[in-house]
Ligand binder design. Structure first.
Ligand code: WQD
Length: 342
């Protein structure tokens, strides 16, 4: 098996991916600046896998730190790059911080990978790269079109930067994984989503409302052209998502890529409404959520869901976890994290 460097490896998707990598027999080195995660996540990974990953508190935009870390691990075979700011609304309020962090990180990482001749990269991308006007279901064959936030634009630019680097370097192979809506938590309850501050995303807001941390969930918009008037999204379980990263890194390390530059949608392939999420959460967890309708949120689209067939065909990967199980795991994690009835 291989040594894999994971940037942002103490984050929500990063930590779950590190656990899956270790379970698959890989050795993992994590780089994370802990700007949006906490170091105790390492303990959770160790409790799940029996192994504590090598950890460096460092920033991917710091070339000296990155060079030192790569120098200490000349046997790194591939990198999975999660480290980035990722809140859509925050990116609208703080665009410069998003461009500086997200773009400088990928550029610095590629420069150090070039210097150390590490030529395999899995990039954490997003369905937001397809933009506002893309026809549904979203397919990898679609071009990028203007998107609604600086966050989405940084993901588009990162994919372009990687594509240009691949074009200039015939030894370099990359896979971009375009996430839809990641939800849930590890079934063990040892790791999960840790939104610091007020959650932007729906599921942590629901679990915090159920835990009494938030007073009431606001449902943004009930007048969309959808079956129940609330917006549709493609919710994908975080453990399923993490397994796709293992498939992708194995594809690169084993030399099975069909071209130097590949991209895959990671979604379940169907749109679920906000109201369906609330109803399912209440049903599987036997809790009631206080909620009410509010106006639409700036930048929200009525409906987003994936054509997930390419990942099935080429990575032999598909979403397997049913929605109710993801929502049960999310609530279990919230209770453990808040030390409510465990
Ligand atoms: C989901 C739905 C809201 C909060 C996210 C990430 C984005 C990308 C895709 C990775 C929407 C509604 C939400 C609330 C609500 N992932 N909602 N009340 O906006 O689809 O985007 O997934 O790159 O980065 O941000 O996810 O969870 O914010 O919203 O009614 O308090 O829930 O309007 O319809 P979104 P979300």
């Amino acid at each position: 098996m291989s040594k894999i460097l994971v940037t942002g490896g103490t984050g929500f998707i990063g930590s779950h991916t590190v656990a899956e990598l270790i379970e698959a027999g890989h050795t993992v080195v994590i780089i994370d600046n802990l700007s949006n995660s906490e170091e105790h996540v390492l303990k959770g990974i160790e409790q799940i896998t029996g192994k504590r990953p090598i950890f460096y508190k460092a920033d991917c935009a710091n070339a000296n730190d990155l060079s030192r870390i790569f120098g200490e691990h000349p046997d790194i075979e591939a990198v999975i790059h999660f480290a980035a700011f990722k809140a859509v609304k925050e990116s609208i309020d703080k665009p410069l911080g998003y461009y500086q962090n997200n773009l400088l990180s990928i550029i610095t990482l590629l420069q150090v990978m070039q210097k150390t001749k590490v030529n395999r990269l899995v990039f954490s991308s997003s369905c937001t790269i397809y933009g506002e006007k893309a026809p549904l279901p979203l397919s990898e064959t679609l071009p990028m079109t203007p998107t609604t936030s600086p966050y989405g634009r940084t993901k588009q630019m990162c994919e372009e930067i990687i594509a240009d680097y691949v074009a200039a370097n015939n030894q370099f192979y990359s896979i971009s994984l375009r996430y839809f809506n990641p939800i849930g938590a590890h079934p063990s309850g040892k790791i999960g989503e840790l939104p610091l501050g007020t959650p932007n995303n729906l599921i942590p807001y629901i679990t915090q409302t159920a835990a009494g941390v938030r007073e009431e969930l606001k449902v943004f918009g009930n007048d969309y052209q959808t079956p129940d008037g609330t917006a549709l999204r493609d919710y994908i379980d975080v453990v399923d998502l993490s397994k796709a990263h293992v498939k992708a890194v194995d594809r690169l390390v084993n030399g099975n890529s069909s071209t130097q530059l590949e991209a895959y949608n990671l979604g379940a392939g169907k749109g679920i409404s906000v109201k369906e999420i609330i109803e399912t959460f209440e049903k599987v967890n036997a809790v009631k959520i206080k909620w009410s309708f509010a106006p639409r949120r700036q930048g929200d689209l009525p409906s987003i869901f994936a054509d997930a067939s390419k990942a099935k065909r080429e990575l032999n990967w598909e979403a397997k976890t049913v929605l109710g199980e993801s929502l049960r795991n999310a609530w279990h994690w919230e209770q453990k994290y808040r030390k409510l009835n465990k």
